[in-house]
Design a protein around this ligand. Sequence first.
Ligand SMILES: [Zn+2]
Length: 375
Amino acid sequence: MAKSKITNIEVKKNNRNRIYRYICKCKTVSNPDIAYALKLSLPTVLQNTKELLESGFIEEAGELRSTGGRRAKALSPAAGHRLALGLDITQNHIGMVLINLLGDILKYERTDHPYRNEKEYLTETSRRLEEFIEDSPAKRERILGLGISFPGIVDLQKKVISGSHVLDVKALPLSEISESFAYPCFFLNDANAGAYAEGIRSGETEPFFYLSLSNTVGGAVYQEGHLMQGKEFRCGEVGHMTVVPGGRLCYCKKSGCLDAYCSARCLSDLTDKKLEDFFSGLRQGEQRLVDAWEEYTDYLSIAVNNIHMVLDCDIILGGYVGSCLEEQIEEIRKKISARNTFSEDAGFVKPCRYKTGAAALGAALQVVETFIRQV
Ligand SMILES: [Zn+2]
């Protein structure tokens, strides 16, 4: 008996969740349309939308145009019912984002704030975050939590940042970070955060690999709303795949890692640390930049082809470099295609859709998604 009772509760919860997600997806929809689309009875839908209206998750938005008969009430998600914050910690900057339940960006800011492995750094970060919220449409009591993207291995089981070469961090407990902030904190590795923004926002159903080409190189495997984490939470750390045995020194102290050939720094260091300047110089045909780009894409094509051989799924180029690639994507596809054993046209390689602040956005979206699962 007890078993069937639990099942009924689960079914009810599942229906409510599906209805809420469907309203979010449609933006404006009627009860009969929900019933039809989700194959639920109209009384079930009416009961659930009544509850969602009472708890403030959705609101009535007038009437829908009728195709005959009585006009149906329009229902819309109350996007600002709850809000989430995202924080992207990098070596030299922090990115802060505020989003609503639909994942719309209400405010984004990126400022210089070099990482320091000490308490004062976090205290100052928290102060800047409070300042950021102050002149935004956010009401503090509506904020669900803070998603933090960190450039290192985030071990969710042991609840530590188990390592970040680039920030020189070893075994930093997540609690030491979260105690500096006034909100419940959720942690994600930076490449995972970028992948999450790409996947969850587009409702991507096909698996894909997200190759993060920022000042460090990382990656993430996304499938059906989830990120593959790996046994030690290192899944997708392709920045440290060897591409040139005995090659350039990587910041991890090994030699020949992909990171040493494909980090954004390999390009931005040529134009006074400004990646935009690299790409504008490249467009103008500046020879030393053209040569550097040629070399960069040679190594990139090796990495992408290898990743694709293992996973056989779409590969999204993200991070700082991935955000600048729209014009160059065909040329990159050609190089990858030339390497590909199965003569594919490399259409599986795509530039990322979310460019500005993707890691901060992904971290905030994880907060929203964790909350929505409970609706
Ligand atoms: Zn390395």
